[in-house]
Design a protein around this ligand. Structure first.
Ligand code: ZN
Length: 218
């Protein structure tokens, strides 16, 4: 079973579902020429896609174009369904640094055929994730700087204040579709600057107050 380290919250939590929000930063929607969605774009990654801090990414042989997407991760600490925006912050018990690795060539092919994206987003190691910081240590999750460096060059630089939906809105909207349970993880979308990674690259993702994720490509 995959577990997530929670620092001083709890030594380890079994991971539930990993729910991801796409197209949540306007600058990223523009860079991929996507339409601004009226409803949230939601997909899931399996727990087997998790990669711990310090680990090695394995790009599947069926892709020639693996992209990095740096994202703020939320850890759900309490079960709930149809959670109001006002109550939503009480359901988040931790914040982490995640990468939503995406096989862009495979995703584009799937999209053009109207097929689901899981094989582009859910492969083993597709979800590198740091330890979680207890939620009470984060003053305002809607104003955190995010930076991703690849081989010491900055590729992505953003702030969660550029998200179209607030953290509370995301939790509330997700809970319309799914019962949220302790151990579930939500990825909140990526800012602009997504790009290709290759064998030998070193990636450092940082989110203000939350921490640092360091992984390499095998
Ligand atoms: Zn993403």
């Amino acid at each position: 079973m995959h577990k997530v380290n929670l620092c001083d919250i709890n030594p380890a939590y079994p991971v539930g579902k990993i729910i991801c929000l796409g197209r949540n930063y306007l600058d990223h929607i523009r860079e991929l020429n996507n339409e601004i969605p009226e409803a949230p774009v939601i997909f899931c990654k399996p727990a087997s896609s998790l990669l711990e801090n310090g680990g090695q990414i394995r790009i599947p042989a069926y892709s020639q174009d693996c992209h990095h997407e740096l994202e703020l991760a939320l850890l759900i600490g309490k079960a709930g369904k149809q959670i109001s925006v006002t109550d939503a912050p009480g359901y988040v018990c931790g914040y982490g640094v995640a990468l939503d690795l995406t096989l862009r060539d495979v995703q584009s092919r799937q999209k053009s055929k109207g097929l689901p994206w899981e094989i582009a987003k859910g492969f083993d190691t597709a979800c590198p994730l740091s330890d979680f910081v207890p939620a009470e240590k984060i003053k305002n999750p809607d104003n955190l700087a995010l930076t991703l460096q690849v081989n010491e060059k900055i590729r992505q630089q953003g702030n969660t204040n550029m998200m179209m939906r607030s953290i509370a809105q995301i939790v509330s909207e997700m809970s319309e579709f799914f019962t949220l349970e302790p151990g579930d993880i939500i990825l909140t979308g990526t800012p602009a600057g997504v790009g290709q990674i290759k064998s030998g690259d070193q990636l450092i993702g940082e989110i203000e107050q939350v921490g640092r994720l360091v992984v390499s490509v095998g």
